[in-house]
Write a new protein. Structure first.
Length: 277
């Protein structure tokens, strides 16, 4: 496993093979690294025989829909805060078996305001977007506030288990995909009971604030580590400002699964030559 004793050590080690390729091939490599990271995440799920997938900040729930196509005994919940996205994509998401919920992940359960961009283009698109948040975007002033149900991750999982939507998480540890546009820290604050029972996390992070009051990657990393996880891989999708990290639960996953995955990812990144097979 990489030297993950600190975030900086992990960042420096992964930068040793990501940064030279990013500088050489720019966007072509950055996007390749993201596709490879997603592929690696699903390979991790396969190797660990994971049956439960939770997609938080789901938009069209493409990851959940892909997961549900991989096995008949799979369970997936996709949570999307934007009610306009939810109504637009609900039919397509649910027909594949994914349970789709219109909620926002928060530190404390209860009603909360979602900040929707409200310029002419946003209104013409019916306020459907991937970039709205519980937080306001830095330097932007035109917003429409929409009240949505806020729910902690702890409450989400306990409600889902009680409703028979997913198996008990201590028996079938879920994997978690987090893309909540700057509000990850709040999500983790409400996940301290259930997240330690999860197998792995893939999370979008920012190296510098994009949203007002946002906690950036070092703070989010500290929160996730405190719950028993360590980072193993990252991409450079929007280098250097925004990228994605895979964390694994140290108690539930061992080197026999994680090691080969890391080696294959590093090799594929290092051998990228501007083309893909």
């Amino acid at each position: 496993m990489p030297n993950a004793n600190s975030f900086q050590a992990f960042f420096d080690e992964t930068s040793s093979y990501l940064t030279p390729q990013s500088l050489k091939y720019d966007k072509a490599f950055n996007q390749f690294s993201n596709r490879l990271l997603v592929q690696s995440f699903f390979e991790l799920l396969d190797a660990s025989e994971s049956k439960t997938f939770l997609e938080l900040g789901a938009h069209r729930a493409m990851a959940s829909r892909h997961f549900m196509r991989q096995g008949n005994e799979h369970f997936a919940i996709a949570v999307e805060a934007n009610p306009y996205n939810f109504e637009k994509f609900r039919e397509n998401v649910e027909k594949g078996g994914t349970i789709y919920k219109n909620m926002a992940l928060t530190a404390v359960s209860g009603p909360i305001s979602l900040q929707l961009k409200d310029h002419d283009r946003a209104r013409k698109r019916g306020h459907t977007s991937t970039s709205n948040s519980l937080l306001k975007r830095s330097g932007f002033s035109e917003y429409k506030e929409v009240e949505v149900r806020g729910i902690t991750f702890d409450d989400l999982t306990s409600e889902a288990v009680a409703a028979g939507e997913i198996p008990p998480i201590d028996q079938e540890p879920p994997v978690v995909w987090i893309d909540v546009e700057g509000a990850t820290s709040q999500l983790i604050e409400g996940a301290t009971q259930a997240l330690p029972s999860c197998l792995a996390i893939m999370v979008e992070v920012e190296a510098e604030p994009i949203f007002v009051g946002q906690v950036t990657v070092e703070g989010v990393d500290a929160q996730i580590r405190a719950l028993g996880f360590r980072p193993i891989l990252r991409d450079c999708e929007f280098h250097p400002r925004q990228y994605n990290i895979i964390y694994v639960n140290e108690r539930l996953l061992d080197e026999s699964i994680v090691g080969p995955l890391i080696d294959a990812f590093e090799t594929a990144c290092s051998e990228f030559d501007g083309t893909e097979a």
